[in-house]
Ligand binder design. Structure first.
Ligand code: UDP
Length: 234
């Protein structure tokens, strides 16, 4: 391998918004390809990669349609994540990475159902496993699904792909003086309203000692550069 990877098993969370690229809706082929190539490189270096995809680029719960009940909106949101999972699977297979999609809501014609031990064995075989349909439950988020699956497959780190290169004290797109944190505690993430992820997700990471690393998915970076990003620790 060209370098010794720091982590053997990682959870990569890719939000729907990140997959959307510069558009207002759907999936951007350039972003898909770029994510696929970086994942391929990490796989070749021997890293086992589990991915949870969001769905906000297609549907974001009841907010997306007036009059929709919360639970129903959430189910639609979970179905949206499966569309992203299939698109990402296709992109990964194009660059030669063997991939399985597992969904938390059964749809056997398009993907495997989620089976923990099977997911682990895919990872051991060098396959990338993409988890679709979140946790399968309304009232949760895909960040929580990612934290849950990370704990289930014994991932050592939660890599959160966003549109910025870390956690800032205010929105860096609006405030040019926004300051980036090098390191944060889980408590700070929960109580300082930093909008990193929801409390359920961060609590799961904290309880399972899974560090969270926030990075910019729009920038292609080397693993060494990636190492300098904001972290959330205990
Ligand atoms: N969702 C859900 N349960 C889950 C995961 C997701 O109900 O376990 C729904 C929820 O409505 C959410 C939508 O699916 O708004 C899309 O997921 P999310 O907003 O987390 O996607 P992202 O922001 O990462 O694109």
């Amino acid at each position: 391998a060209p370098y010794e990877p720091k982590y053997k098993t990682v959870m990569l969370k890719v939000s729907g918004e990140a997959l959307m690229g510069p558009h207002g809706f759907g999936v951007d082929p350039q972003v898909l390809l770029s994510v696929a190539e970086e994942v391929a490189a990490a796989t070749q270096a021997g890293v086992r990669i589990a991915i949870v995809v969001g769905g906000g680029n297609f549907f974001r719960g009841a907010d997306s349609l007036e009059g929709l009940e919360r639970a129903t909106g959430d189910y639609v949101g979970m179905l949206a994540t499966v569309m992203n999972a299939l698109c990402l699977q296709s992109a990964l297979e194009k660059v030669g990475v063997e991939t399985r999609v597992q969904t938390a809501i059964e749809m056997r014609e398009v993907a495997e159902p989620y089976i923990r031990r099977r997911a682990i064995s895919h990872l051991q075989e060098g396959r990338v496993v993409i988890f679709g349909a979140g946790t399968g439950n309304p009232f949760f988020t895909t960040d929580t699904a990612a934290a849950l699956r990370a704990a289930e497959v014994n991932a050592e780190v939660f890599l959160k792909a966003t549109k910025v290169d870390g956690v800032y004290d205010s929105d860096p797109f609006k405030n040019p003086n926004a300051r980036r944190y090098d390191q944060l505690s889980y408590r700070q993430v929960c109580f300082d309203s930093l909008n990193v992820m929801d409390e359920t997700a961060i609590t799961l990471c904290k309880e399972n000692n899974i560090p969270v690393i926030v990075f910019n998915i729009m920038v292609r970076a080397s693993p060494v550069e990636r190492a300098g990003l904001s972290r959330c620790f205990c």
